[in-house]
Design a protein around this ligand. Sequence first.
Ligand SMILES: [Fe+2]
Length: 322
Amino acid sequence: MNASDVQTPSFLVSPLAPGFGALVAATALSGLPEPAEIMALTSQYGTLLLRGFPFDFDAFVAFTDRCCSSFSKYVGGGIRFRALNRDSMGAEGTVMTTTGSTQAFPIPLHGEMYYQKIRPDVLWFFCQRAPAEHGQTTLADGRLIFEQFSAETKNILRSRRLCYIRQLAPDDWATSFMTEDVGELKRICDENELRLEMRPDRSVRIEYVAPAVYATDDHREAFINSSILLWEFERALLSGAAVQVLGASAPDRPPLVVRWEDGSEISEPLMREVEAAAEPFTVRVNWQPGDLVLVDNRKIMHGRRKTVGNDRQILVRLGNLS
Ligand SMILES: [Fe+2]
């Protein structure tokens, strides 16, 4: 459903882009919106940009606390590597920086934490400091992307599952899973349905098999997963392009890769078809200070454009609804 202009006493709702999401703009007299109203709009539109409300850090934390039952500390986060890691910014580690203190690289569209079973229902992004230029967050509806594929591609994506594979040295799994205890690592892997192989040198191989396409609550199919991001990240590392941007922060080899369930690589033509289908439906959010973006991680993918300079400060919370 598109957001047609709806006037309420405290905010105005209009489409974020044609046929996509909603911009919830405060009216001159607005205080903060009611959490229940915002969550109802989220289930209706999938993603919201809240603009013009008096959010600061404390108000952001208090408001999101009222909307979600719990928050992730990013345990098992797939790309937690040196300058690519997230920093904790408060609220017992549930408010984090977005991926990377270095932001001079784009992040392709992805669903958050689709490489494990336990992943957030919704994502909250809060703009403390907007970039002077570039650095837009990107958003795209996985349902619309799936509709663009050829019948043959739809069949491939419905019938074949993905396999996310991590190969991590001891320090790296300790960072990702936030524990140095092997027993705790096993427990986390079990609850996430991750297949864990521990090697004599304490390095690990961890696999997760999952669909590329998910049924949504409105009985549609959404292309939402982490394949584009990981496919592009692996190529950037192997080609040397990542080292040019990340320098010493670039891992020697990809810490997390995506394959088909049988171990074969996803072909370049297929991935290019996916990217081409997504491009016309990708919406860019030009951040303003105090903006809050809410994303339904069960159907909407997100990413980031390359940032110029170091003045971008976007905080994130990964929320659960039940
Ligand atoms: Fe993300």
